[in-house]
Write a protein of this length. Structure first.
Lengths: 344, 344
DNA sequence: GTGAAAGCGCTAACAG
DNA sequence: CTGTTAGCGCTTTCAC
């Protein structure tokens, strides 16, 4: 059994109260002399406070809960890292649970973490927008405990809390603008699944950029993909046959597929065929012609989500904040000015 | 404030004890009638037990600690997923902390998690083998709390506890044997960093296989890499110039580098130049010729680490177990029989 | 400045 | 079968 405040009090010949006062680091009261005595004894005995007991009375566990769809997904693990690093620096721990893209598990996890008395929650919801009853229940539980929550990346309708996300539209815009600035006029797009908001927004950004340059949206060179490698292959085949000089793939996975297809069709990447992705997965750098892409500051998103939560926990602010992070363009080797048409 | 056992007791007109007995799910005592009454009331009032209070008395928090070097590393995030899934299925939560390959952080994290009263620990140590004093301190703390611990993937000398790892030597053996069985005689190897045990073992496996086939180890076709892409490129250039027909790269990253270099040197992957990696990173499948490689069952390792811990926690077993997982060979498109020499 | 006492919500003897 | 009682280790009034 480990040493408790009581033990220290006994050894120091002071009351438990005094020990507690000293050890919880409150400045006031207790004289310098007793303070030092107590601290020395605590150190000598290697005293470690019991967080459970402390939490029981203070109702603070110094623990935050993190609910995410899948920790093995690169995006979420990077996010988790950001969250945990910020938490660690502020003496908080984080409990994480996977919900496996299952909305009912979100609910289950939420309940459990609440019972574990986490001080706050960071959530990337798996609940889908059409799952109204799950959302409602989620809302109900959340508002019955008044603890601070920050939701990340995915919208949960009707919830009033801090929200951190990436500006996907801006990202799509940047990608397309980059291509336009290089001089491309016929730019294809391989979209993600229609249902996902991130995907829709990226496509919107594509349209925004074309509009800005006074170019029409040509549906013939928009291919509806599904974020998977193969749809990149398929999309590229069609789009290249329709003589695009460049393609914006709404994620890197599809960009890799497009890359491969372009090779197969003997298009020289960069000079004959420009390609830009989205996400900046580690693999993007590893291609023979490293992929130009849109980088998401996922780690920072994690860190700042945690920061926002801590601010609420410290009482620094009570405002509800919505933060949108801007992605950045990473120019590598797959984009270049189009070959002059006159060449042929 | 949420509803407590006391509230339920009051409403049900029974004692707190009875409520506690019913709600903590112990079968014995209390009649079916009161049991049902209590359960109904608990449900109606949406009772949620306070784990802190419970933990304070039972000394069980239903929480396990996971200390890993870096959650954003694919290997560890996959591991973490396995751990968490298994934990979740058994009503445990997991607190994770990153130690960033910093041994002193291992110690810090260890202390904190212990104070949070985790029931057990799963650790991938960042402490390096030569950091004797850290190891000693780590040991000291661990043995002063008698809680169960399982160490994963990396050795920490002098610690007596469950250990789960991957059989890297077997993996290296399988990879090389695969090449030998295809008929290759001159097989190069691109190793990982000398210092890492995993890397050394993989190379050992390579040697084992050659020995089995009565082939000599030729140092001229062993290139010392560093697990990074570029050393794969370098290694492949040298080895190909020395006329190997196949290469075993000790990880997939280097295999990708070798792949790229082989392309540059106009070697047809598979038919003219066989290549096998190690790890089975997601990217391995995405290459034009998907990479043949050695797959590590990381998720399973995570799951079973957690399983071992739970077994200890349930008292199912007290034995100290060391488990070595075997990797598996995943044959894809980068390996084939060598072209007949007579051809030239 | 310091201490006594109450109590956070729960479980676990021990009686009845 | 059920209730009384005593804590778990800590913080926090409230007196002195």
């Amino acid at each position: 059994m480990s040493v408790t405040v009581k033990d220290i009090a006994k050894v120091a010949g002071v009351s438990i109260t005094t020990v507690s006062l000293v050890l919880s680091g409150r400045e006031c009261r207790v004289s310098m002399k007793t303070r030092e005595k107590v601290q020395k004894i605590a150190r000598d005995l290697d005293y470690q406070p019991n967080h459970l007991a402390r939490g029981l009375v203070t109702r603070r566990s110094q623990t935050i809960g993190l609910i995410i769809p899948d920790i093995s997904n690169l995006f979420f693990s990077e996010l988790a890292k950001g969250v945990e690093m910020e938490a660690q620096q502020n003496s908080y721990n984080v409990i994480f649970s996977n919900s496996n893209e299952d909305g009912t598990k979100d609910l289950k996890n939420l309940r459990i973490l609440l019972n574990k008395a986490v001080d706050g929650l960071i959530i990337v919801p798996s609940i889908k927008e059409h799952e109204m009853n799950l959302t409602a229940e989620f809302n109900r539980i959340l508002s019955s405990h008044k603890l601070p929550v920050v939701i990340v990346d995915r919208i949960l309708p009707g919830i009033e809390c801090d929200f951190v996300s990436l500006d996907n539209r801006e990202g799509g815009f940047m990608a397309t603008k980059h291509l336009l600035e290089l001089g491309h006029q016929k730019i294809g797009c391989i979209t993600g699944p229609q249902a996902l908001m991130s995907s829709g927004m990226r496509y919107q950004g594509y349209c925004d950029a074309l509009n800005l340059y006074g170019l029409p949206i040509d549906e013939n060179i928009v291919f509806n993909g599904d974020y998977c490698l193969h749809s990149g292959v398929e999309g590229a085949e069609i789009l290249i046959n329709r003589n695009v000089t460049a393609v914006f793939a709404c994620n890197d996975m599809m960009a890799c597929g497009a890359y491969r297809q372009a090779c197969i069709m003997n298009k020289k990447i960069g000079s004959e065929f420009s390609l830009i992705g989205f996400d900046d997965i580690p693999f993007a750098e590893m291609l023979e012609y490293p992929l130009t892409t849109i980088h998401q500051p996922v780690y920072d998103i994690g860190k700042s989500s945690c920061r926002m939560l801590l601010d609420k926990l410290n009482g620094t602010t009570t405002d509800i904040r919505k933060i949108k992070y801007s992605p950045t363009l990473v120019v590598r080797a797959t984009t270049a000015a189009p070959a002059a048409k006159e060449k042929f």
